[in-house]
Design a binder for this molecule. Structure first.
Ligand SMILES: Cc1cc2nc3c(=O)[nH]c(=O)nc-3n(C[C@H](O)[C@H](O)[C@H](O)COP(=O)(O)OP(=O)(O)OC[C@H]3O[C@@H](n4cnc5c(N)ncnc54)[C@H](O)[C@@H]3O)c2cc1C
Length: 747
């Protein structure tokens, strides 16, 4: 994926209303010789302006969400979703949990704000905070569905009576009506100030009051909440009142992280900047603080999305200026802006300067502005210049090499048939050191030094499957060591082979460091030491390991299946399809969120557990897909198998992507074994059928288990957090074949 390493590292911390502009511009016109990395606490971001509309049922939830996985992939930017633990200002490094420090030449901090809640337990199950907004609807639904159906109206408090709180009060009843179909709700809007939505003009305030009264929203003004216990609010006056549900939408305060970065802050804890949005700090790489997180010295701007949005183009241009050695330009905040308040009934209240109005056309205007804004960020198609050499026609959805993009990870393997033919043409002579060699078609070799113990050895190597070198390094290690675990070996040492793209020495050093840091992160957990390797420069980055292990007394091999064994698979299929889609910005954040933990799951645990059960042949499923690896097992065992498609686990999103025509570039080569498959025309149309040929990077284990032992084995895997599915059985056959069946019926 990396063709030439960039010299300049631009890092966005938090991708909100301002920083997302940089990501969008990057997709259209990336800066030369620079790498953009986004660090976010979620893989989606939300647009607050549309949240009330989502509550009111005017929009689907997706309308307010930007899918960062897709946008970053389309922009060829890196996305890291790891918590930030600190900042090395002088060294220009951001510290992240579970990862090496991330170097930057330019950093833009835009992690927004959070509702003020001094001393309040936001984990209280009666209380739902508006932030993080990404999880707000889920938390709200869970809390609402927990409410007892007592035949009375549900009492809801909204603490915080700014414009956001007013909108939520207007729009919430429609949402609660979905979740509480039998009950009505009574909304109380609580504000520490003497007026709801302070800061608006008198005529806007009147319109807001009329709307709230019409909706029977009760108001408690001049009422500061001092404590929350269960559903009971205690006010600063000492009075108490109980509610069934409490929404927390108080005014914006600084996230604690801002105060932990060692940068100058204002009295409220927001990062103090100059009018260029740059944090004032001597002797440091440039650090911007934008949106709610920043506070321009002397400007006193309210925390509002309109300012954050307008800062986006200034930030982008200032990053460009700095990299070009030009001085940054000031941001000039607008003195007035159009406020549009969604009242949830198809109308909105508008205020601009002294002008104030309420009506349907104003809701239409708000809808038009917000929808237009979001469309710009929900366009996940890679820019024309991001694909080399040319973009395929719209209807060619597979990444099948039409445009020079080939699958990476184990999807970048040379086809099994090619390998087979080459090995047949070569004269492969063994010697006295070879215990298990190429004639066995297993994934590990076993060799013995003169007079020594047998050593199990395996090698795996791939072009990097992900943009992120740390994650790719982890995957390379997990993938390489998996063969040894499948064979029952005890890995101890590894040698690395790496191809690093061209670039200056510093960039190459950092890239290789991050790759190997990731690999060592996994190797250390299993006691494997890196003892050597070889690194060369090349066009596409690649990494692999030769892993050495003590061979067990009896090696577990593929060819030991027994007729009657059940087949158990430990990870869901579809990695290759998802990674192919990801290369074109088509893998959704929710799918990637589910994929990554599966990829990063080691096969050590299932390999350890299977030793205690009546198991037979074992292999790990990688580049040749489930079917290719199963056929290798069956050839070695002289048997056939049945697979129940309905039992084949697929990763989230795979069915949709298969239906849309996606497959890995390696899938056609993997289909060369289709002649061994007996399946009806209907079965061949099933999405899981495509999953059979899909190359897996860091795939699961495929294990033959005695029928009498299979339930206990699967239960033990599941109770150890390993996904496990009984997917078929081994049968006697006149020849080697795989029959696709509806269900497993005792042979
Ligand atoms: C209900 C509601 C309605 C609103 N409506 C409007 C409106 O109509 N008009 C208006 O002008 N303003 C509105 N606002 C205010 C507006 O939402 C904010 O001013 C705006 O979101 C600020 O943008 P930002 O980029 O600073 O932060 P955000 O848009 O909040 O983005 C910050 C991002 O950083 C991420 N993040 C947070 N912490 C971390 C971390 N530690 N590491 C990595 N990432 C992190 C967050 O997940 C988020 O994606 C509303 C606010 C609310 C609560």
């Amino acid at each position: 994926m990396e063709r030439k390493l960039a010299e300049h590292q631009i890092v966005l911390l938090g991708v909100g209303h301002t920083n997302s502009h940089v990501l969008r511009m990057w997709k259209m016109a990336p800066l030369a010789n620079a790498q953009l990395t986004c660090v976010s606490n979620f893989s989606i971001v939300t647009y607050s302006g549309m949240l009330p509309g989502v509550l009111a049922g005017q929009y689907d939830r997706e309308r307010m969400e930007i899918d960062l996985v897709r946008l970053a992939a389309a922009a060829k930017a890196r996305l890291i979703t790891a918590p930030v633990t600190g900042l090395d200002i002088g060294g220009g490094r951001l510290h992240l949990e579970g990862r090496p420090p991330l170097p930057f030449d330019v950093l833009s901090i835009g992690i927004g704000s959070r509702p003020a809640a001094p001393g309040i337990d936001l984990e209280n199950p009666h209380l739902v905070s508006i932030k993080p907004m990404q999880t707000f609807l889920g938390r709200l639904e869970r809390a609402a569905r927990r409410l007892p159906a007592e035949g009375r109206a549900v009492r809801v408090a909204i603490v915080g009576g700014g414009l956001g709180g007013v909108e939520v009060a207007c729009c919430l009843p429609a949402r609660l009506a979905i979740w509480l179909p039998k009950g009505s709700c009574e909304i109380t809007l609580i504000n520490a100030r003497q007026q709801a939505a302070p800061g608006v003009s008198a005529s806007t305030a009147r319109r807001i009051q009329t709307t709230l009264s019409r909706l029977s929203v009760r108001q408690m003004l001049d009422s500061r909440v001092a404590d929350v216990s269960g559903g009971q609010l205690t006010f600063a006056s000492g009075e108490t009142e109980s509610f069934d549900l409490i929404l927390w939408a108080t005014s914006a305060t600084a996230p604690p992280l801002l105060g932990e970065l060692g940068l100058p802050t204002d009295d409220g804890g927001f990062l103090l900047t100059q009018d260029t949005l740059l944090v004032k700090h001597p002797d440091q790489p440039p650090i911007f603080a934008v949106g709610d997180s920043g506070a321009i010295a002397g400007a006193e701007l309210p925390k509002a999305g309109v300012y954050a949005v307008r800062q986006g183009p200034v930030l982008w241009s200032n990053i460009e200026h700095l990299l070009a050695g030009r001085p940054p330009q000031p941001y000039r905040p607008q003195r007035r802006f159009l406020k549009l308040v969604n009242t949830g009934d198809g109308r909105a209240i508008a205020e601009y300067g002294s002008f104030s109005m309420r009506g349907r056309s104003l809701w239409k205007l708000k809808d038009y502005i917000d929808s237009k804004f979001m469309r710009m960020y929900q366009d996940y198609a890679p820019a024309m210049n991001a694909i080399e050499p040319s973009r395929p026609p719209e209807d060619e959805r597979s990444s099948g090499g039409h445009d020079g993009m080939f699958c990476t990870g184990c999807g970048g393997k040379v086809g099994g048939d090619v390998l087979h033919r080459v090995l047949q043409r070569l004269d492969l002579a063994g010697n006295e050191h070879v215990v298990l060699g190429l004639d066995a078609a297993d994934d590990v070799a076993v060799v013995r030094s003169t007079g020594g113990r047998p050593l199990a050895v395996t090698v795996d190597f791939f072009t990097l499957p992900l943009d992120d070198p740390v994650l790719s390094g982890r995957l390379a290690a997990l993938n390489a060591v998996s063969d040894v675990f499948a064979a029952g070996g005890a890995p101890h040492t590894a040698l690395c082979s790496a191809i690093i793209p061209r670039g200056d020495g510093e960039a190459q050093e950092e890239f290789l460091y991050q790759l190997l840091w990731g690999a060592l992160h996994e190797f250390e957990k299993i006691g494997v030491s890196l003892v050597g390797g070889h690194t060369i420069e090349g066009v596409d980055a690649a990494l692999g390991f030769t892993v050495m292990a003590d061979a067990p007394d009896e090696l577990r091999t593929k060819g030991k299946l027994r007729a009657g064994d059940r087949l158990v698979l430990t990870k869901p299929l579809g990695v290759g399809i998802l990674l192919a889609a990801h290369m074109r910005g088509e893998c959704r954040a929710a799918w990637m969120d589910r994929l990554l933990p599966v990829l990063l799951q080691s096969n050590e645990t299932p390999a350890r557990i299977l030793a205690d059960h009546d198991t037979s042949g074992v292999t790990d499923v990688t580049g040749f897909g489930l079917i290719g690896h199963l056929i290798e097992m069956l050839k070695g065992s002289g048997l056939a198998a049945q697979l129940a498609l309905s039992r084949l686990p697929l990763l989230d999103g795979v069915s949709e992507l298969v239906a849309a025509g996606w497959e890995s570039t390696m899938a056609p080569a993997n289909r060369h074994v289709e002649s061994f498959v007996r399946a009806t025309a209907d079965a061949r149309e099933h999405p899981a059928y495509s999953g059979l040929f899909d190359p897996q990077t860091s795939g699961g284990l495929l294990i033959g288990v005695a029928e009498s032992a299979v339930d206990g084995f699967v239960d033990e895997l599941l109770s150890n957090g390993v996904s496990a599915n009984e997917i078929g059985q081994v049968i006697e056959g006149d020849t080697v074949y795989v029959e696709i069946v509806d269900e497993i019926v005792d042979a």
